[in-house]
Unconditional design. Structure first.
Length: 260
């Protein structure tokens, strides 16, 4: 299939998918057996994630957890397409844009399991669990070394490709539009820790995971390390909030506080 034939195939496939799609983001299997994802423009696609980040920021006082404004709709799709293109050019493993139009985007499928599912799958295998934790740390560092940044770097947005590789999804907002690059990098680290610290604690590998985290932070640029350290210092007092009645959002922050 030539490039022009391929372009026409995916563009036609996008039109067909949109005829039957009911959700803003949905998986489809094309006529050639390929699995793809189609995102349609909608009113602030990530409103629920915005709320969760806003809540975490309000509880903790960590500025870096402040959600990036996301207007949704066509601007959100344009942002995602631009970020996917920039990250791909930089050599970061992200979905390929197969077809697009003003109100929809078709991207490739890059893996079955996100990193959070991998952690849960191996919760009784400490060696593998910690390998996956380190894999996430390494993947974020690699992105930063390429002078790039991510967005909401939670484990659910990190796709486990194999034991040596992580891919990234979900780029509806652009942190660099509201903060400098070192802050974007610090935000990536804090989002990752927010998604993983509590699970590492629940799976009885908190001390080992912290040692790996500390080693990674020790090797970060001074400005990034300082932002992360100052952010965690704000919530150090929360490490004592371990009772279940505090709720899962507070308990996630309490687990993060142990990394201060």
């Amino acid at each position: 299939m030539t490039v022009s034939d391929s372009t026409a195939f995916y563009q036609h496939a996008l039109q067909q998918c949109l005829l039957i799609q009911t959700d803003l983001m949905q998986s489809h299997t094309l006529a050639n057996g390929e699995r793809v994802w189609v995102r349609k423009a909608g009113a602030r696609n990530s409103a629920w994630r915005y709320h969760l980040l806003k809540l975490a920021q309000q509880i903790s006082g960590i500025h870096m957890l402040q959600p990036v404004p996301n207007l949704g709709g066509i601007p959100s799709l344009q942002t995602e397409a631009a970020r996917l293109h920039a990250l791909s050019i930089a050599g970061v493993q992200v979905p390929i844009i197969l077809a697009q139009q003003p109100n929809a985007l078709m991207i490739s499928h890059i893996g079955e399991h996100n990193l959070e599912k991998e952690w849960k799958q191996h919760q009784y295998q400490p060696e593998i669990l910690l390998q996956r934790w380190q894999l996430g740390l390494n993947a974020i560092e690699d992105v930063h070394k390429r002078k790039q940044y991510l967005s909401e770097t939670f484990a659910r947005n990190m796709i486990y490709v194999n034991q040596n590789s992580i891919g990234f999804i979900d780029f509806e907002d652009d942190p660099l539009s509201v903060m400098p690059l070192p802050a974007c990098h610090a935000r990536d680290w804090l989002c990752y820790l927010h998604s993983g610290a509590r699970l590492m604690q629940d799976y009885s590998v908190a001390s080992q995971a912290k040692a790996l985290w500390d080693n990674m932070m020790h090797n970060q640029p001074h400005e990034v390390h300082t932002i992360v350290a100052n952010s965690l210092r704000k919530i150090r007092w929360m490490r004592y909030l371990t009772a279940g009645f505090y709720g899962k959002d507070t308990l996630k922050l309490a687990a993060m506080a142990n990394y201060a």
